[in-house]
Design a protein around this ligand. Structure first.
Ligand code: UDX
Length: 475
């Protein structure tokens, strides 16, 4: 994004409005997109809830408009059901105050820079509707993969053919979804009958939001999801813009790197120094993102599995990670773990993840396969050990393991320390083509190369950013 590409002089500076869903995995790509469009000459206004409000001081060039959200609870939701119920609550609570604030903004703007459009998260149907009612065109940012969106478009078929909600029998969960390879039933969105209604509603709302919009933006790139993007372009009536990986395309923020980005928790930068002292590709990085949770017994097995693997590790134990644990204290590690791993590990509450994954000392990533984490690891050439928790994460893990073959998935069910240690050895020890998992690291490095190509001049995502800029100017 260089200054020459700014919409030509003579044009008014156009303003793009943004409304992220107030969860970390949705805030990050929205802010990266805002920075990217800002670098192309657009003025930026960010509407946001009080819940997980951004730090305006980090973005002196943007305007921020808080929208009352009815006092949403600040603890991490932890399950897909609770998360999606909160999403609906945000839509409901923000609708009227958003209408007022947007109408006031439009009133002020009429003779200065014109509002070009609203870019909102795919989960914010009600707010997208409000904007269109006030005459503002809308673009939808979907923060998951294109492959996951194919599950959304196929959802009515998946329900009609009996795949959703999934029967809770082990054989059925392993069965392939013939109509939608490479997924198995257990990779789909709601594996329980209890989670199904709220998931079905979320999917319906997302499809509606996209259908009524002027375009759909994905944080992915063509070389990663070529067939999936092509299928979506066939199936959807709106233009699709794959402009990822956004963290590689968006210019660095103006504030010092230390206070980088839209992180809700302060990243512990000390772990980068600790990594500096480790051998190349020797460290297992462990993090489960911002909302996935684990049981207390899984934490214990994970800890002893990590200890038993004998590998150096950097582990993000964020407050709230363990279900039922007391907040805000970090989850307690089992007694003796410290001694067993002395000198071999670092534990932090939150890491500067992009920098960690890009660090030469990191050899593999044990992840819950949130889409941002998956994409960040793929772009850093780091093989993954996958332990998906809910929503789109199972499908992401399937692609990592089975399509891109840059990682392995840990069995579902409860964690067991011996299996954990063996799985860690498999991803960390993958140095040649001879092992079962052989070639993972080579393929991961190949993905890294292709990600870099896609955002370079002439690359697919750079081209799509240009298309997106032209599209917004023409709205
Ligand atoms: C959620 C969903 O789970 C995910 O599947 C969906 O696609 C987006 O929203 P989350 O579970 O938090 O997100 O995971 P993820 O998508 O990986 O996003 C987490 C973000 O936090 C990443 O950008 C990651 O770099 C960042 N992070 C995580 C840190 O900066 N530090 C950490 O210690 C951990």
């Amino acid at each position: 994004g260089s200054i020459e590409q700014t919409p030509t002089a003579g044009h008014r500076c156009r303003r793009v409005l943004f409304f992220p869903l107030p969860f970390q995995g949705h805030i990050n790509p929205m802010f990266q997109l805002a920075a990217l469009l800002h670098s192309r000459g657009f003025a930026v206004t960010v509407f946001h809830t009080h819940l997980n409000a951004p730090d305006a001081s980090l973005h002196p060039d943007y305007d921020f408009i808080p929208v009352p959200d009815g006092g949403a609870p600040a603890d991490t939701p932890g399950t897909v059901q609770v998360t999606l119920e909160r999403v609906l609550a945000v839509n409901r609570a923000c609708a009227a105050p958003f209408r007022d604030r947007l109408a006031a903004l439009l009133e002020q703007q009429h003779d200065s820079d014109g509002v070009a459009c609203l870019v909102a998260d795919a989960h914010l149907l009600t707010l997208l509707d409000v904007a269109r009612e006030l005459g503002v065109p809308t673009l939808v940012l979907r923060t998951g993969s294109a492959a996951c969106f194919r599950i959304f478009t196929a959802f009515p078929m998946l329900c009609a053919n009996g795949y959703q909600p999934a029967e809770e029998s082990p054989e059925l969960l392993e069965a392939p979804v013939r109509e939608l390879p490479p997924y198995r039933v257990r990779d789909l969105l709601s594996t329980t009958a209890a989670a199904h209604p709220v998931m079905a509603e979320a999917v319906t709302r997302i499809i509606k939001a996209v259908a009524a919009s002027s375009g759909l933006i994905f944080n992915t790139f063509d070389a990663l999801e070529h067939a999936e993007l092509a299928a979506l372009r066939r199936d959807l009536a709106v233009p699709v813009f794959d402009v990822g990986p956004l963290h590689l395309l968006s210019p660095p923020p103006p504030a010092a790197a230390a206070s980088r980005t839209s992180s809700l928790l302060p990243p512990d930068r000390g772990c980068l120094e600790w990594l500096d002292a480790q051998a190349p590709a020797s460290v297992l990085y462990v993090s489960f993102g911002s909302i996935a949770t684990m049981s207390a017994s899984d934490l214990v097995e994970a800890a002893w599995g990590i200890a038993g693997s004998g590998q150096p590790f950097l582990w993000v134990l964020r407050p709230g990670l363990v279900r039922g644990g007391a907040l805000p204290s970090p989850p307690p590690l089992p007694e003796g773990f410290d001694v067993a791993t002395r000198g071999r590990g670092a534990v932090v509450a939150w890491a500067p993840q992009e920098e960690v994954l890009a660090h030469a000392a990191v050899g593999a990533f044990w992840t819950h396969c949130g889409w941002n984490s998956t994409l960040e690891a793929a772009c850093a050439g780091v093989p993954m050990l996958c332990r998906p928790c809910f929503g789109d994460q199972m499908g992401n893990a399937r692609y990592v393991d089975h399509v891109w073959r840059v990682g392995v998935e840990l069995d579902g069910g409860e964690l067991e320390r011996g299996k954990v240690a063996a799985a860690i050895a498999a991803v960390m020890g993958d140095v040649g083509e001879t092992t079962d998992t052989g070639g993972m690291r080579r393929r991961a490095l190949e993905l890294r190369r292709r990600a870099a190509e896609s955002v370079a001049e002439g690359g697919s995502s750079s081209f799509n950013v240009d298309r997106l800029v032209d599209h917004i100017m023409a709205l």
